[in-house]
Design a protein around this ligand. Structure first.
Ligand code: URA
Length: 431
């Protein structure tokens, strides 16, 4: 087979066979074709799309390009979740302990943050000593012993995605439904979860700008999961306002602790919704699942479970008893509202970018981050504000970065004379 024939066929909108897709993935992994050929193929996919059968074949070939984790000794229903990414999205850190308390086995492979979106692993590293690079044996042992473990992907899982994602990132070929679906689902299917619940975001700072495109992506991922023999469902949710009230590792960890102590906000609502969905896919009655989730939180069991998981992974869990130990940067500035009205929108991407400027996010994959960098939002979309009200506070250990961050956060708040239409957090559930 000749690689350029594949580019030509896709350029003309043809449907590739399974053999051709296998050849594509093998060529990517073996390094036998130059990056410019792979990039041309990716752009042809962006422009011409892929049929469901092509997308499924691509997903399975990518999954098979590396190590596949085995369920091994883990007993019981194994569950997993995935969010397509957003600012201040800490739902995993609430859902994992809640589901573990209720008897599920949560084997979560997570990533680090890149750019303006945060990463679950970075947030967990707010606990000194936390080990996010568990071996397969440690991972399964901790899942068995505590009910949950959260670890980074190994270099051996889905190498095809690592290569393709790095190229997509620099060739404007990320925002393609078949490419996102195969990238996400190849990683989910390389692990052993029986149940997978997806949170597909749309709005500011996400790949899908509209609810309709997010719905299409969600539908394809659910079908891929089912074709691979897993129980999969997907929530389509809005990111037109950051999910929690804070951005930055220590600040978001404090937000998680608040929810595990009973706070009610968007982060709590979405976390409980997704946890109930996971339990329902695992065979629970929905009403019973809702009551059990509430009880896991109100009894303090979920917070205790998070302590147990952090300790099992080598972390110092003292901050879960005393959140003040999760410090903020030593310099702080307030962002003051310059006119009265109603907050119509908060641009999550701009808030996330301000956190990168102050040291809380990465510009490049291997950058170190400052866990103490934080943006606290005091008002949310829909709230009334006055000239002089404090919209947000930003903290950093890098005083020189604060002017730029303040400007960026100020620009993230859209204030108008009329209140906005009520934003729907959970748009749709696809099962
Ligand atoms: N997340 C992924 O893992 N892959 C994509 O292509 C987009 C978001």
């Amino acid at each position: 087979m000749i690689f350029t024939d594949l580019i030509e066929k896709k350029k003309r909108g043809g449907e590739l066979t399974e053999r051709e897709i296998k050849f594509f993935v093998e060529s990517v992994c073996s390094g036998s074709v130059p990056d410019y050929c792979i990039s041309a193929f990716l752009m042809a996919v962006v422009l011409k799309g892929m049929t469901f059968n092509e997308t499924l074949a691509l997903t399975l070939c990518m999954r098979d390009s590396g190590e596949i984790l085995r369920k091994g000794e883990i007993k019981g229903v194994c569950v997993d979740k995935h969010s397509t990414g957003g600012v201040s999205d800490s739902t995993t850190l609430i859902i994992v302990p809640v589901c573990a308390v209720l008897g599920l086995k949560f084997a979560k492979l997570s990533g680090r943050g890149l750019g303006y979106t945060g990463g679950t692993i970075d947030k967990l590293e707010s606990f000194r000593g936390f080990n996010a690079q568990l071996s397969e044996g440690e991972f399964t042992r901790i899942v068995n012993e505590t009910g949950g473990a959260i670890s980074g992907h190994t270099a051996q899982t889905v190498p095809a995605d690592k290569k393709l994602y790095a190229l997509r990132d620099v060739t404007c070929t990320v925002d393609s439904i078949p490419l996102i679906a195969s990238s996400v689902m190849s990683k989910k299917l390389a692990s052993f979860a029986d149940v997978i619940v997806l949170d597909v975001k749309y709005g500011s700072g996400t790949f899908m700008k509209t609810a309709e495109s997010a719905e299409e992506l969600a539908g394809i991922m659910v079908e891929i999961g089912k074709a691979a023999g897993r129980k999969v469902s997907a929530a389509v949710t809005s990111m037109n306002c950051p999910l929690g009230n804070s951005v930055g590792c220590n600040a978001e960890m404090r937000g998680v602790i608040d929810v595990l102590k009973g706070a009610e906000n968007d982060l709590a609502a979405l976390s409980k919704f997704l946890a109930v969905q996971i339990l329902a896919c695992a065979g629970w009655d929905k009403k019973e699942a809702e009551a059990a989730c509430e009880n896991a939180i109100s009894s303090g069991a979920a917070l205790n479970k998070l302590k147990e998981i952090v300790r099992a992974q080598g972390g110092d869990a003292a901050a879960l008893d005393d959140p003040e130990l999760l410090r903020y940067g030593k310099y702080k500035r307030e962002i003051i509202c310059d006119k009265g009205g109603f907050i119509n929108k908060i641009d999550g991407e701009a808030i996330g970018r301000a956190n990168v400027i102050t040291g809380g996010g990465r510009r490049k994959k291997d950058d170190a981050i400052d866990h103490e960098s934080a943006v606290l939002l005091h008002l949310r979309t829909g709230d009334e504000t006055r000239r002089g009200s404090v919209l947000a506070t930003v903290f950093s250990n890098d005083e020189g970065s604060l002017d730029d961050a303040v400007r960026m956060i100020q620009g993230a708040f859209y204030v108008s004379d009329v209140p906005p239409e009520k934003e729907i957090l959970i748009h749709k559930l696809i099962v």
